[in-house]
Design a protein around this ligand. Structure first.
Ligand code: LLP
Length: 383
């Protein structure tokens, strides 16, 4: 069933992002309940979508914030996340960003290398503080997703490889201003084969044993994010299967008494609540191809161009018989293509065409290329 657009939105200038806060609320509620059943904390990865109304709802559900820049840390704090629910991750934190997070006394820095650890120690010492750190380890688990969004293999830039871990631990023991509070892994995004998380849980158990053999107890295990969503059939799975996802970690992680476990989900929480709404500017029939040229392009949703990802495309205006279209944007790049040979009802200039499942990594990855205007965000419903 195609999405229904409320009548008062059908005259609005396009393109715009439409967020269904009612659906977001249901999704957050489902995630919260499933996580709570296994005593797992959820941190929301702001990078997926950092719009204020979305963050406000996420925060109201008691989630923490997973941030990857000084500005994300600031946005989380401004949105009401308590500093002790904020984590700062990322492979290239600048000194200014680290200082800002130290001054805010956030819960933890996820550290990705020995040089970074030394800098966090130095900057913390200079401010008379002790920074809590978790080591991001590279668990060498294949997420079986697109290679651009795979992060847990040794060939990726992320995390500390097991071969380097002994030296990092030696360094850690020598540094007075950092305190190890846990380990962190994140192996990739849009993971739909959930057996990958079973493998990950087993690997985290091994990593934990490695630390315990050295006499190091870890109060905290952070198993990252990555739960995928159904881009093909969004209406069939508007809310992801959180019970199954959290069940895997609840069942398989060998948890020590009092140990906290947390996940950092982005996409699974916000992808389905967002839709990119556009209008057809022209239908152009060439000898081989019929193009539907939209007023939205890769500047509003870059995922198809960057990862060849699929977003379901629906024409909300036309009821006509289906034909095949290459659905493209107005940007001067051939990769500005949302889909090839897409079956749509007979499409005309002015028809409203939407791209579904655009709530995560849509608006946050938008750009002003071709001096495009920034598309508005419109919110439907509420808590
Ligand atoms: N934790 C870390 C350390 C991450 O790097 C990420 C995402 C997450 C958590 C959240 O992952 P999620 O639950 O959203 O899968 N722009 C790409 C996705 C990049 C993901 C980057 N890291 C896309 O549009 O598919």
């Amino acid at each position: 069933m195609p999405l229904q657009l409320p009548a008062d939105l059908s005259t609005r200038p396009t393109p715009f992002y439409l967020y269904d806060l009612g659906l977001l609320n249901r999704t957050l509620e489902a995630a919260r309940a499933a996580a709570q059943a296994h005593d797992i904390q959820v941190h929301y990865a702001l990078k997926a979508n950092s719009n204020a109304p979305i963050l406000a709802l996420v925060q109201q559900h008691g989630f923490g914030a997973d941030c990857v820049s000084g500005n994300e840390v600031q946005r989380a704090l401004d949105s009401g996340f308590a500093p002790d629910h904020v984590v700062f991750a990322g492979v290239g934190k600048s000194d200014a960003e680290i200082i800002r997070a130290l001054d805010a006394d956030i819960w933890c820095f996820n550290v990705e290398s020995a040089p970074e650890l030394a800098i966090v120690d130095e900057l913390a010492g200079a401010r008379g503080r002790r920074a809590r750190v978790a080591l991001r380890l590279n668990p060498n688990v294949d997420a079986r997703t697109h290679h651009y969004i795979t992060t847990g293999l040794e060939a990726n830039k992320f995390g500390i490889n097991m071969t380097d871990l002994p030296q990092v631990m030696e360094l850690l023991e020598r540094l007075p201003n950092v305190e190890l509070v846990g380990l962190h892994v994140h192996i990739g995004s849009q993971i739909t084969d959930l057996s990958v998380f079973e493998t990950l849980a087993g690997r985290v158990n091994e990593l934990q044993q490695w630390f315990e053999h050295r006499g190091t107890r870890l109060p905290h295990l952070n198993v990252g994010g990555g739960l995928g969503v159904d881009y093909q059939a969004p209406d069939a799975h508007l809310v992801p299967d959180f019970a199954r996802y959290f069940g895997i970690f609840g069942r398989l992680l060998q948890r020590r008494p009092g140990q906290q476990v947390h996940v950092e989900l982005g996409r699974a929480l916000v992808a389905q609540c967002g839709t990119l709404v556009s209008r057809v500017l022209y239908v152009k029939e060439s000898q081989q191809t019929r193009f539907a040229i939209l007023d939205a392009g890769m500047t509003e949703l870059i995922r198809p161009a960057l990862y060849q990802s699929y977003h379901r495309i629906e024409n909300l205006t036309s009821p006509g018989p289906e034909r095949l279209y290459d659905v493209v944007g107005p940007i001067c790049e051939s990769s500005d293509t949302f889909g090839r040979q897409v079956a749509l009802p007979e499409t005309r200039r002015g028809d409203v065409v939407v791209l579904r499942t655009a709530g995560a990594y849509g608006e946050v990855m938008s750009s002003g290329y071709n001096l495009r205007d920034k598309a508005a965000a419109v919110y439907l419903g509420g808590a």
